[in-house]
Write a protein that binds this ligand. Structure first.
Ligand code: NDP
Ligand code: 2IT
Length: 447
């Protein structure tokens, strides 16, 4: 079978087997479109049905999560864990708690995670989990009871050498703590079963900052190639969660000025540069809306609705909230306003049409699986520290993160060149990530 026919038939099979899972279809399509030349060059991958196997999760677990709210009422949510691919190591990937979660979201995230984890160069397979539970407005007690019930089932399927979850949207240090406690109690084991743990009980320094810092490190590397740096650049960052906050922190450390941030209700604009201490207090401590920023900074402006953030004039934009938040219109507005580079802190925040706009307008575009790999990379380093039972210093973990991000940039860049599309990091990241997984799958036989 010719490479293009393989890609076509695999995609059709994905649509047939996974009806109604738009985000999963989108993620698979983007990858498949990049793989044709690799399959042409490597007929052995076609013969071994590597791509056919890659798009089919090794295991999918769906379960009931019963829990009791503060009023004493019983509640039921649905939980997921997709153990997508273990060719390179134990399944690894976050847990997302958001009302929009359904199997199509978890599958898209798990699929992306396979190639992302491959790019880190560490021994991690791909997986993802989550639930349609909405943590917003819930008390600590309710979140704890939910997390305990979630882990009561999940603990049967994971283990430090099997599957190691972590945070994602709606899951940070608090939720990881509750889940870890429940795992330890049920299994009577103190192991590195989750990453993003507290620093006193097995967490790694730099994990909290890792995704945002890593995003800025890889972007800095790309800017360097263009003879530029963050110094003096005006930057917009969507979201105001874990990834967004630490992206802003690193941009500011490198001399850039961040003028806009958002949450799911709207965005703030501060011409003087965002005061990150205020954002951290509002979001990390008080769990309030970004709008409240105006109570502290009178000159700042708030606009309801998050899409308007792409109209803010900037040199660099870092979408760090959620999938498909940046569409064609947003991309056109960025390009028109002179934006030179876009880096995806979130997973798949740009629609395919938006990515096309960037490519056609020569806006440097770093796709999420390369640009946001710093989070899972430091998760991998946390696993290494847990195995050693020795914590690393901040400096050591940060230096490793920098090396990993620089290497990802280099590998994606070279793969893009090798396959005749220099500067196309979508092609570069997908191919560089895929080849390693394909080699491992080939070596491990028909499994
Ligand atoms: P958080 O929960 O800490 O923050 C999420 C942010 O995105 C919030 O500002 C939230 O606003 C906003 N947001 C979430 N859902 C939506 C939505 N449907 N529409 C608009 N805004 C939304 O999550 P993270 O910062 O951890 O994750 C952000 C992105 O980065 C996700 O795509 C995640 O998969 C990705 N990522 C995360 C990594 C990590 O280590 N945490 C690693 C790599 C990627 P609000 O509070 O109003 O909901
Ligand atoms: O999307 C991601 O890479 C994450 N949410 C982090 C996963 C991890 O295991 O640290």
């Amino acid at each position: 079978m010719k490479a293009n026919a393989v890609v076509q038939s695999v995609y059709e099979q994905v649509l047939k087997r996974n009806p109604g899972e738009a985000e999963f279809h989108q993620a698979v399509k983007e990858v498949l479109e990049c793989l044709e030349p690799v399959l042409e060059k490597h007929p052995e991958y076609v013969k071994a049905k590597i791509v056919d196997r890659l798009v089919e999760p090794e295991r999918q677990i769906i379960f009931r999560i019963p829990w009791q709210d503060d009023k004493g009422e019983f509640q039921v949510n649905r939980g997921f864990r997709i153990q997508f691919n273990s060719a390179l190591g134990p399944y690894k990937g976050g847990i997302r708690l958001h009302p929009s979660v359904y199997i199509g979201i978890i599958k898209f995230l798990g699929f992306e995670q396979i190639l992302k984890n491959s790019l880190t160069g560490l021994m991690m397979g791909g997986g993802k989990g989550g639930s349609d539970f909405d943590p917003k407005g819930k008390s600590d007690g309710e979140v704890m009871r939910f997390c305990q019930s979630f882990m009561t089932e999940l603990c049967k399927h994971i283990g430090p050498d099997t599957d190691v979850p972590a945070g994602d949207i709606g899951v940070g240090g608090r939720e990881v703590g509750f889940m870890f406690g429940q795992y330890k109690r049920i299994r009577n084991e103190f192991t590195g079963i989750l990453t993003g743990k507290g620093l006193e009980w097995g967490g790694s320094l730099v994990r909290t900052e890792a995704t945002g810092y890593g995003l800025v490190y890889i972007m800095a590397e790309a800017l360097k190639d263009m003879g530029k740096s963050f110094k003096g650049m005006t930057v917009t960052v969507s979201g105001s969660g874990n990834v967004a906050i630490y992206a802003v922190e690193k941009v500011q450390q490198l001399g850039g000025k961040v003028v806009a941030m958002s949450d799911s209700n709207g965005y703030i604009y501060d011409a003087d540069g965002i005061n990150l201490d205020t954002v951290k207090k509002l979001k990390e401590v008080e769990r309030k809306r970004i709008k409240e920023y105006l109570s502290y900074h009178k000159k700042a402006k708030y606009t309801e609705g998050c899409a308007g953030i792409w109209n803010v004039k900037c040199d660099i934009s870092l979408p760090c909230a959620t999938q498909n938040e940046l569409d064609e219109a947003g991309a056109k507005a960025l390009a028109k306003n002179g934006c030179i580079a876009v880096g995806e802190g979130a997973n798949m925040p740009c629609t395919p049409e938006a990515a096309d706009v960037f490519l056609h307008n020569k806006v440097l575009f770093l796709p999420g699986k390369a640009a946001n790999a710093g989070g899972v990379a430091v998760s991998g380093l946390e696993m290494a520290q847990n195995s050693q039972r020795i914590p690393w210093t901040f400096e050591k973990a940060d230096a490793e993160l920098k090396i990993i991000m620089t290497t990802i940039y280099k590998n994606a860049s070279e793969a893009a060149k090798e396959y005749g599309q220099p500067g196309n990091f979508i092609v570069g990241a997908n191919i560089a990530g895929f080849v390693k997984v394909a080699k491992a799958m080939l070596a491990q036989g028909l499994v």
